[in-house]
Design a protein around this ligand. Structure first.
Ligand code: SF4
Length: 195
């Protein structure tokens, strides 16, 4: 198992509500959101910047201090080893959380049984996704992932980034309708996205 890790935040109070957590930043993202401030994580490098075993060693000495481990990115769902990493972290006694934009629906479905919470990043109305991600078909994938998430019993928050440069391109009414169609309460945040 060799999850490709691009960074590690040893302690956070804000990335998993009401939990003390470490954040593992996974390499790789296939979308190209113009406002992404983790562009250094877009490419899946051959070697991780931080070996997975170093993350495990770090967590071993944080047992009893940290509640949880958050997998963020980049897009953690791109890596097939995410599942094994989640299983290992749970076996160590930590809760698990995921920050995702849902670009790989089947992998989200696969890992949901090993998650305690998901922070799901919605980019736009599903029909408008390409304006943000610059990738065709991305809205379809996000919608499929949202369906898998809502069908699960995993706790979640759904976040939307409102970027001033693209506001005029976004049909906010369509976004509200998409989310309300799935019974999601709309809560908008004016901050930049990590996933
Ligand atoms: S904001 Fe998230 S989904 Fe968009 S390019 Fe950056 S890491 Fe990928």
């Amino acid at each position: 198992m060799s999850l490709r890790v691009g960074g590690l935040t040893p302690f956070t109070l804000i990335d998993f509500p009401e939990h003390l957590a470490a954040v593992v930043f996974c390499q790789g993202c296939s979308w190209r959101c113009h406002y992404c401030h983790n562009q250094h994580l877009w490419k899946l490098k051959n070697k991780p910047l931080i070996p997975w075993q170093a993350v495990v060693d770090f967590l071993q000495v944080r047992k009893g201090f940290l509640d949880a481990v958050v997998f963020s990115g980049g897009e953690p769902l791109l890596q097939k080893d995410l599942l094994a990493a989640l299983q290992q972290v749970r076996e160590m006694g930590f809760k698990t959380a995921l920050h995702t934009a849902g670009s790989v629906p089947k992998r989200l479905q696969q890992v949901l049984p090993y998650l305690d919470w998901v922070g799901f990043d919605i980019k736009a109305a599903f029909a408008d996704y390409e304006k943000i991600t610059q990738i065709s078909n991305s809205g379809f994938k996000a919608e499929q992932s949202l369906q898998y998430l809502l069908e699960s019993d995993v706790a979640y928050s759904i976040r939307t980034t409102l970027d001033q440069d693209k506001l005029q391109d976004l049909d906010m009414e369509a976004l509200y309708k998409d989310l309300q169609g799935y019974g999601v309460k709309t809560e908008l945040q004016n901050k930049r996205s990590n996933t």
